[in-house]
Design a protein around this ligand. Structure first.
Ligand code: FAD
Length: 461
């Protein structure tokens, strides 16, 4: 038989149960579908496309070493799979499961089509330590609060990571036509803004493994304190590798196991950050509209502004504020440093993400969806669950949210977490010159306005 393995957010050859199953059948062919057309599928942002391009090139050469060819096709997922499976005369189809609403609808459609044709299909758990329908509160509901969610989950035994398949079980015959990666134009050319990304990241699965080994060997023990310091290399920077599945959570969990029994707090706190990733996916599974709808519906009445920065004709203060935020020109140093780091490298430190997001949503009064969309376009780790869940958390409208009235002061945050100003000076070198702008809003006034708006929203309920 020819067996087709459909790669999605799992761009690795190790710890990949769908690939192992296909190879066990013999005659394995791999396929990646660039799907921007199925109903509800969110088109990738610019930085994500850049990462995907390199991850696919890397996957293709890793698969070639195993003798498995990688085909590329573009179009609505379900139709493309049907076409390719038919063209190949495939007898079996394997994939690792996805958890977003539109993606699950596509997968269900494929399963139904395959069942009608007698084509064997099988799907596997590979991208999350838990599957969202398997963890429930005592009352049988999805979790809304992180701590009990993680307590319930981390008591489980997670499976050990699986190995790489043996070489020599790929399909050696003639393949139907495949797109060329360059044809997809995932990397920017005119202008090519990706220099900062290329200087910062090695988007290969091997680099993800190296980053993990390096972090566990040297930095994880200090993680509890160092993780909040954007001026120090305190965090793992594994998020894009986890996002694209170049690294699996099972691999990270297993590598962490020995260290967790050591008794220092760093490994346990780091493990719980993996738990936040799980929690975000738990939320997206139970609320497929997480990126567009407040989880706490009373925030629907909050008077957030919804400026459209792409509308050049519009020049209200909200759109000017949004542009200043996007460009790192708000006059608030920590916010500007973060936004510039993001634009240049496709990444922003978590502490700074929280501060920059809070400033947009609370001091500038702009809807969290607008900031979420900007991050979606600019982050290399832009994740369909973690991005909206964290934006809603910061805005106060989400699960286990920070209460809205707790408003970060970005100056105090900078003093505490970047005490010598190293991070800010790196990204905002003109800080002490007259070129640096005045703050676009007064922090105290805008804070008061946000609290007044919250009070008015509550009294209108
Ligand atoms: P580490 O501190 O080393 O953590 C290890 C891993 O745990 C991360 O790689 C990530 O997979 C996971 N993790 C850590 N913190 C969180 C968290 N709060 N929520 C979910 N998972 C977490 N993370 C994304 O992966 N994609 C996003 O699109 C994303 N958008 C965010 C938007 C906002 C407004 C905020 C406040 C946070 C967002 N995060 C997102 C979470 C977090 O900022 C990043 O995961 C983290 O900064 C990645 O750096 P790291 O790998 O060095 O993290």
């Amino acid at each position: 038989t020819i067996s087709l393995v459909w790669f999605r957010d799992d761009l690795r050859v190790a710890d990949n149960p769908a690939l192992l199953a296909a190879v066990a059948d013999g005659g394995a062919v791999a396929l990646y579908v660039l799907d921007e057309e199925s109903a509800g599928i969110r088109p990738l942002g610019g930085a994500a496309k850049w990462w995907l391009h390199h991850a696919l090139a890397d996957l293709s050469s890793e698969l070639a070493e195993l003798g498995v060819p990688l085909m590329l096709r573009r179009g609505p997922g379900a139709q493309v799979i049907q076409t390719v499976a038919s063209e190949l005369g495939a007898g079996a189809l394997y994939w690792n499961r996805r958890y977003g609403g539109p993606e699950r609808a596509v997968d269900t459609a494929v399963k139904e089509w395959a069942a009608g044709r007698g084509l064997h299909t099988e799907s596997f758990q590979a991208s999350l330590l838990h599957e969202p329908w398997t963890v429930r509160t005592g009352a049988g509901n999805p979790y809304q609060v992180f701590t009990p969610f993680w307590r319930a989950l981390s008591e489980r035994d997670f499976r050990a990571p699986l190995g790489r398949p043996d070489a020599g079980h790929g399909f050696g015959g003639d393949l139907p036509v495949s797109d060329r990666l360059a044809q997809w134009a995932l990397v920017p050319t005119a202008p090519d803004w990706s220099g900062g990304l290329a200087a910062t990241w090695q988007p290969s699965a091997a680099a993800g493994q190296e980053a993990l080994a390096d972090f566990l060997a040297s930095r994880v023990r200090d993680y509890s304190d160092a993780r909040d310091r954007p001026d120090q290399p305190g965090t793992s920077r594994l998020s894009p590798y986890l996002r694209w599945g170049q690294l699996s959570p099972f691999q990270v969990w297993a590598a962490l196991a020995d260290l967790r029994s050591e008794g220092t707090s760093g490994p346990a706190v780091f493990a719980s950050e993996l738990g936040w990733r799980e929690f975000c996916w738990h939320q997206l599974f139970h609320h497929p509209d997480l990126a567009t709808t407040n989880l706490r519906r009373h925030f629907d009445a909050f008077p957030w502004q919804l400026p459209d920065a792409t509308d050049a004709a519009y020049s209200g203060s909200a759109v000017e504020h949004l542009r200043a935020w996007q460009q790192g020109a708000t006059g608030i140093p920590l916010v500007d440093a973060g936004q510039r780091e993001l634009w240049r490298t496709g990444f922003m430190h978590n502490r700074v993400r929280m501060v920059a997001a809070s400033f947009l949503v609370k001091n500038l009064g702009i809807h969290w969806c607008v900031g979420e969309a900007w991050f979606w376009d600019t982050l290399v780790d832009a994740d369909a669950a973690s991005n909206p869940a964290n934006w809603q958390w910061v805005a106060g409208s989400g699960a286990d949210a920070a209460p809205f009235f707790r408003i970060f002061n970005p100056l105090t945050q900078a003093k505490k977490f970047d005490p010598e100003g190293k991070y800010v000076n790196r990204w905002v070198p003109e800080l002490l010159t007259s070129d640096y702008p005045q703050p676009v809003v007064d922090l105290a006034d805008s804070r008061r306005a946000a609290l007044d708006a919250l009070a008015a929203t509550k009294s209108s309920l």
